[in-house]
Design a binder for this molecule. Structure first.
Ligand SMILES: Cc1cc2nc3c(=O)[nH]c(=O)nc-3n(C[C@H](O)[C@H](O)[C@H](O)COP(=O)(O)O)c2cc1C
Length: 199
């Protein structure tokens, strides 16, 4: 039995089925780019699990206002936008797969805005609300051929995830031109293998 799994009752044949909750988040503002293609491939890989794909570009959400209301009072983010429904899904997922394009050696603007909003997922007294067994697999796609160019951003993402108590694995995928899926296609086996090893 996999370590990160929930048990779902299959009422058709009354067999117990191990189902992992997988949340795939596409952090590119492009509808048909490398992150979108990757998300489709991985949704297929996890089609037997409880898998959902979310494209951040399809959501309307604002910056973290830095009001700190989530850390005081009722501990709730008062921003009323599409992330209200999405943030709790992060806490439920056994595996979060987050992809982002490299924009000037950093994650995309929407991805950064999204991650800033995680601040409300911290309980008061600084105890993360994520479960200790939750995992985040980060894929950073970039045009450059040099993986080292993207590594500082992966290290940054690792720090954010570690801060929230998430187990982290990150990969830079080089040679991902905007108008071709060849670069990411070439690395799919490596991505699948690393995911399997991470789980
Ligand atoms: C605003 C912007 C900044 C970019 N900056 C970089 C960069 O610093 N380094 C790099 O290797 N690629 C850079 N790229 C290229 C993208 O990271 C690359 O094409 C990526 O595969 C796009 O992902 P997507 O197809 O999922 O949108 C940039 C692209 C844009 C639009």
């Amino acid at each position: 039995m996999k370590r990160c799994c929930r048990v779902k009752l299959n009422t058709d044949n009354m067999n117990l089925e191990n189902v992992m909750k997988v949340l795939i988040i596409n952090g590119s503002p492009r509808a048909k780019g490398n992150c979108a293609w990757l998300s489709e491939q991985l949704a297929e890989k996890y089609s037997g699990e409880d898998c959902e794909v979310i494209a951040l570009k399809d959501l309307k959400f604002s910056n973290c206002g830095g009001c700190e209301n989530c850390r005081t009072g009722e501990g709730i983010c008062e921003t009323d936008d599409d992330l209200k429904a999405v943030l709790p899904k992060l806490l439920e997922a056994d595996l979060i797969i987050l992809s982002s394009p490299n924009y000037y050696a950093a994650v995309s603007g929407i991805c950064k805005t999204f991650m800033d909003r995680w601040v409300c997922l911290k309980k008061r007294a600084g105890i993360p609300q994520f479960r200790p067994e939750q995992k985040l697999f980060f894929v950073f796609v970039q045009g450059a051929g040099n993986r080292g160019h993207g590594e500082p951003a992966v290290e940054w993402a690792k720090k954010v995830c570690t801060h929230y108590g998430l187990k982290f694995y990150g990969m830079v995928i080089p040679n991902c031109a905007a108008d071709s899926r060849d670069g990411i296609r070439l690395k799919m086996d490596e991505i699948r293998m690393n995911l399997s090893m991470f789980l």
